[in-house]
Write a protein that binds this ligand. Sequence first.
Ligand code: G3D
Length: 196
Amino acid sequence: MYRLISGFISHVTQKEEFSVLIMGLDNAGKTTFLERIKSTFNDTPQVDPASIAPTIGQNIGRITLSSSVLQFWDLGGQRDIRSIWPKYYSECHAVCFVIDSTDKERIEECWKVFETIVTDHRVDGVPTLVLANKQDAEGAMAVEDIKQMFNQLIVGKLNVSEGAVMPISALRGDGIREAVQWLFVRVQNSRKEGGR
Ligand code: G3D
């Protein structure tokens, strides 16, 4: 009887798990974004941005939203580390691509790297969110300009409900809740529709 009841309780209280990959060039603000998510949703103190070192390997953060757990993987963005990204594709439920909106010089490289991700068959149908980060900084590219550039790939490869470009400032925390909410709704819908 005890086993029956505890089995029932664990079934009822079990949370659905989703993995979200955070990718983008080095210095885009991926780690700051992850730390901001953790401090916003987990009541953990915000890490001093000055103490954030470049990611070697991965940083992981888990948050719980109603009956689901979202696990975020910050995979690091330096050129030699990017080769490990595809190893995570088959298991992920959403992709989050972070752009440094102040880095005009590397926007083309950014676009090319994003293209290699969305054209990989292992992420077919996976919700993909492009985040135009550092919107607080002077001289940041407008989100509309970034949208024009990236929408071409998103619309060509994903349908509109699976892809979006949103403005954020990971440093100030602007747009973080909206971004996580977008991901949360899309991963749920995707699973309901028979996706991963
Ligand atoms: P990465 O993990 O993608 O490599 P980091 O990037 O999170 O390490 O951030 C790289 C630098 O960008 C850091 O500055 C960080 O403070 C800054 N940064 C991240 N997000 C924002 C943002 O929204 N606005 C602004 N203005 N800066 C941001 P340092 O000076 O430590 O290199």
